[in-house]
Design a protein around this ligand. Structure first.
Ligand code: COA
Length: 217
């Protein structure tokens, strides 16, 4: 863990630097290029965005990481809608990865979310990483994707014990996550050019993860 890491809320003066960090973290990681820096840009303007949970990690005066949260819901099998929160993108500059920055952002934001009264978090991500924070397969609570599949990548964490009991259904992220790829490509022109690479091990691993899903019923 790094000595003088500071976690604080993002301010408008940070926007550009955070988008740069996000682009560096995601570029070619899951697919050739990435859209997450554009996503960060549009999420802030979206109604689902939770500015009280928009944290940056600062090291030696430089932003090295960011996490963003949004309001989401479970469309319950009983016909009710249950509010939850979700996070993403979460980004750490490649040269700072593996030093506890991501963990610090997650732990700090989870405790802030709990303090704000949020009761559960649902995310898509690698279980190998998120299990260390207490996330479990959403399947354990009978919670599926929006198209009613149990997916390994869909994970849940109760911030209040028992809060997901009896809330089986489908997890619905806000529409703000549906990226306009044309607008994203245009937005990317504001950044230094970077090569798009195909077939990287991280991309193949991602494809494998995405395929790990089964119909709920
Ligand atoms: C995922 C990410 C935010 C983690 O931040 P970080 O600062 O590197 O994480 P930490 O230093 O707190 O934790 C590092 C540990 O997590 C592991 N880890 C990181 N990403 C992982 C992943 N996708 N799957 C499994 N383990 C992962 C590392 O191997 C390391 O393990 P160790 O503690 O056993 O050595 C960062 O790696 C990143 O920005 N990645 C690219 C963007 C991304 O994938 N974001 C998440 C989308 S769901």
């Amino acid at each position: 863990m790094i000595g003088d890491l500071t976690i604080r809320l993002e301010t408008p003066a940070d926007y550009r630097e955070v988008e740069y960090v996000t682009r560096e973290a995601f570029w070619n990681h899951y697919v050739p290029g990435c859209d997450e820096h554009f996503l960060a840009h549009v999420l802030r303007e979206s109604n689902c965005f939770i500015s009280e949970l928009d944290f940056v990690a600062v090291q030696q005066g430089r932003i090295v990481g960011n996490i963003m949260y949004t309001n989401a819901k479970i469309a319950g099998d009983d016909g009710a809608e249950y509010p939850v929160v979700s996070f993403g993108p979460i980004s750490v500059l490649p040269e700072w990865q593996g030093n506890g920055v991501g963990s610090a952002l997650i732990l700090r934001s989870l405790s802030a979310a709990r303090r704000l009264g949020h009761t559960a978090v649902l995310i898509y991500g690698d279980p190998a990483y998120y299990s260390r924070f207490g996330f479990v397969a959403a399947e354990k609570f009978g919670i599926a994707t929006s198209d009613d599949h149990y997916a390994d990548a869909l994970q849940a964490l109760e911030l209040k014990r028992g809060s997901l009991n009896g809330k089986s259904g489908c997890f619905l992220e806000d529409h703000a996550y549906e990226v306009d790829t044309t607008a994203s490509a245009l937005f990317d022109k504001n950044f230094p050019p970077k090569d798009k690479l195909e077939g990287l091990p991280s991309q193949l691993k991602f494809l494998q993860h995405v395929s790990m899903r089964k119909p709920r019923r």
